[in-house]
Design a binder for this molecule. Structure first.
Ligand SMILES: N=CN[C@@H](CCC(=O)O)C(=O)O
Ligand SMILES: [Zn+2]
Length: 426
């Protein structure tokens, strides 16, 4: 007889109807592409998952943490619902002030997103409002948005700067993003349990004061901003596009960022074939995002270089452009991630469930592919897949507790929030 497994735990989630682990390795008692365990339990110690399995069948002997004493295990009854990894929203522009409702309706009447950018509106409209806002306003807006995201099941959010476009405001936005990870420092203390990953996107648009001397702005990004923000941002991103930064400018910025130790992302081939996807592959970026105009050979280059393809259906929904054909990316053997691209111009939506729905209804993804894209592949797009994105022993406890008993309701029952709460142990 195998001796009982003794596990030290401080939290146990019991009575889980379906534990959708999205495990990357086969696990005992689990089945199907998402490695689902029926009637399951999860044991957690110090925020790390220490055991998962069938509730009550051959579970381990759970020992409380000696520090908390014999009554120290918190038992949470999931009441038979579905539990998945929390969503990893790997592409957002969440820190900004103002809105662009007026431009949205003008676009509905015929003006294009590219035309607005060319007229110095679009991103620059938001830049003006963001520069004028003070720290408290920006934090309070960000918190409101993070709360909405966590209500829909998101536990990790990447946040880009890119609405400051000067040294001072870009730095202020990065400091705010970092502060969101330490909310007790905010007065009065705030508790949103979402993990935040900061990205520097100084190369989002050329600010108006540099309109006729763009090379000087690129120089500012390369020589001043990038070195000053080391340690404040995990990623450096560039909007490589006809209306934004050329391939050469993007190359210059990303190459310097890489030398300084940033991980890389690229807004690639969104409005035209910009060469961004190819650049992401050349420089070993973690992800290339959008990719509406990426060619087959670009996708091959991305696969060879291990670049995650992040697809953003919220943009297609807002801009009324064709949805990315996810099948094409999957057939190229790429890891596909889904994200909201939450921003005031092209995707004003905090809700990852909506992205899953669009991926299934309009991008040709199965439920299993979409859930994988919104969890473990989002984690891959942040180079955090060793820590989050699936429910496996050794991963952090960042879960979504749904209000449904069968995960097949996801994408089928639409237009309503199916997530009850998130459960995060730090
Ligand atoms: N493409 C560039 N950046 C954002 C849009 C930002 C904005 O319009 O404010 C995007 O990912 O779609
Ligand atoms: Zn974006």
């Amino acid at each position: 007889m195998t001796p009982a497994l003794k596990i030290v735990a401080d939290t146990v989630i019991r009575n889980i109807g379906q534990l959708v682990t999205v495990a990357q390795q086969p696990i005992e008692d689990a089945s199907g592409p998402l490695q689902i365990i029926e009637h399951a339990a999860v044991a957690v110690h110090n925020g790390t998952i220490v055991w998962i399995g069938r509730d009550d069948i051959h579970g381990p002997e759970l020992l409380p943490d000696p520090a908390t004493g014999p009554d120290g295990i918190t038992i949470i009854d999931a009441q038979g619902v579905v539990v998945t990894p929390g969503f990893v929203d790997s592409h957002t522009h969440l820190v900004f002030a103002g809105d662009r409702a007026e431009e949205f309706h003008q676009r509905r009447a015929g003006i294009s997103y590219g035309e607005l950018l060319a007229q110095g509106r679009g991103i620059l409209t938001t830049m003006k409002a963001t520069r004028e806002a003070d720290q408290e306003q920006l934090i309070s807006l960000a918190l409101q948005r993070l709360r909405a995201m966590s209500d829909y099941g998101t536990t990790t959010v990447e946040i880009k700067t890119g609405y400051g476009l000067d040294l001072e405001t870009e730095e202020r936005c990065l400091q705010i993003i970092n502060k969101l990870n330490a909310l007790e420092e905010i007065t009065p203390p705030e508790y949103v349990e979402v993990r935040v990953v900061p990205t520097f996107l100084g190369a989002h648009s050329i600010p108006p004061e540099y309109r006729d001397r763009r090379s000087e702005y690129v120089k500012l990004v390369v020589e001043k901003m990038l070195p000053s923000f080391v340690g404040l941002a995990r990623f450096c991103d560039v909007f490589c596009e006809r209306e934004a930064f050329t391939l050469e400018e993007s190359h210059l910025i990303l190459e310097r960022a890489k030398e300084l130790g940033y991980l890389l992302k690229v807004h690639a081939d969104q409005l035209s074939p910009s060469g961004g996807a190819r650049l992401a592959a050349e420089l070993g970026a973690t992800s290339a995002d959008h990719l509406d105009y990426a060619s087959d050979s670009d996708l091959d280059a991305m696969r060879e270089a291990g670049v995650v393809a992040t697809l953003l259906p919220g943009c297609s929904y807002t801009l009324r452009t064709p949805y990315p054909a996810a099948r094409r990316f999957l057939d190229h053997g790429l890891h596909v991630a889904l994200a909201t691209d939450f921003n005031p111009g092209t995707s004003y939506c905090e809700n990852m469930q909506m992205m899953l729905g669009l991926a299934m209804s309009s991008m040709g993804m199965s439920l299993e592919e979409a859930l994988t894209a919104a969890t473990i592949n989002g984690a891959r797009a942040l180079a955090l897949d060793d820590q989050i994105g699936s429910i496996e022993v050794g991963k952090r406890c960042e879960l979504a507790l749904w209000s449904i008993q069968n995960y097949h309701e996801i994408g089928y029952h639409f237009g309503t929030d199916l997530v009850n709460s998130i459960l995060v142990r730090r």
